[in-house]
Design a protein around this ligand. Structure first.
Ligand code: GAR
Length: 214
C-alpha cells in the first residue's frame, strides 16, 4: 500500500523532470504531492511549470547569500516549513553542503544524465560522446557530499547512435529520465527503498518487491 509522499523539488532549468513528476501524479502513477518547487535561477522555465500545476514556486538566488551554507539553510527552512519528506534534485545544478544533507539524511535524490560512476558532474551527455561509449543512460541516486557519488538507486540505459549529436543524445536520455525518476519516487511512496550500509564498502540500495494487494 502506498502513502502519499510529500516532495520538495529543487530545480535550476527547464524542468522537464519536474513536469514528468507532476504528470505522473496527475496520472495516478505516483502517490505524491509536490509541496514546493525551489529554483536558484529566477527565470527558470521550471517555475512556470510548477505554477501552471498550482504548486508553490520559490526563487532563492544563491547570489543573494554570503555562503553555500547560508543558501542551503534557507532551502532547508522552506522545505521543513512545508513538511517535505523527500527532496528531489531535478536539474538542480548546485553541490549541497552539510546544512542541507544533514537535514534530510538519505532523503535527497538526484537524477543524472549518465550511467554513474561514468561521466559525473556537468554535461554527462557531452562527456559520453567525447569518450565514445556505445551505451549511456541515466541514474537516480542518493545525494551525498560528492559530485554524483551517492548510492545508486536505479539506472536505465540508452544506445549512443553514430548519428548522435549532443542534442539528440540529450533528448533520448531525458525520455528515460522522465520514466525512471517518477518510478523511483513511487518506490519511495511505497516504502520499498532500503539502504544497506556495508563495512568498508559503499552502501547498497535494495528495492523491495511490492506487497501484493489483498
Ligand atoms: C537533466 O538531464 C538532469 O539529468 C540533469 O539536468 C537536466 C535537467 O533537465 N542534471 C544534471 O546534470 C545534474 N548533474 P530538466 O530541467 O528538463 O529536468
Amino acid at each position: 500500500m502506498a502513502g502519499v509522499i510529500v516532495l520538495g523539488v529543487l530545480v535550476s532549468g527547464s524542468g522537464t523532470n519536474l513536469q514528468a513528476i507532476l504528470d505522473a501524479i496527475r496520472g495516478q502513477r505516483l502517490d505524491a504531492r509536490v509541496a514546493v518547487v525551489v529554483s536558484n535561477v529566477a527565470g527558470a522555465r521550471a517555475l512556470e511549470r510548477a505554477r501552471d500545476a498550482g504548486v508553490e514556486a520559490v526563487v532563492l538566488d544563491h547570489n543573494d547569500f554570503a555562503s553555500r551554507t547560508d543558501f542551503d539553510a534557507a532551502v532547508v527552512a522552506i522545505l521543513r516549513a512545508r513538511g517535505v519528506e523527500l527532496v528531489v534534485l531535478a536539474g538542480f545544478m548546485r553541490l549541497l553542503t552539510p546544512a542541507l544533507l544533514d537535514a534530510f539524511p538519505m532523503r535527497i535524490v538526484n537524477v543524472h544524465p549518465a550511467l554513474l560512476p561514468a561521466f559525473p558532474g556537468v554535461a554527462g551527455q557531452r562527456q559520453a560522446l567525447a569518450y565514445g561509449v556505445r551505451v549511456t543512460g541515466c541514474t537516480v541516486h542518493f545525494v551525498d557530499g560528492g559530485t554524483d557519488t551517492g548510492p545508486i538507486i536505479a539506472q536505465a540505459s540508452v544506445p549512443v547512435l553514430d548519428t548522435d549529436d549532443e542534442a539528440a543524445l540529450t533528448t533520448r536520455i531525458l525520455a528515460k529520465e522522465h520514466e525512471l525518476l517518477p518510478q523511483v519516487l513511487q518506490w519511495f511512496a511505497e516504502g520499498r527503498v532500503a539502504v544497506q550500509p556495508r563495512e568498508g564498502a559503499r552502501a547498497r540500495v535494495h528495492v523491495r518487491p511490492p506487497v501484493p494487494e489483498a
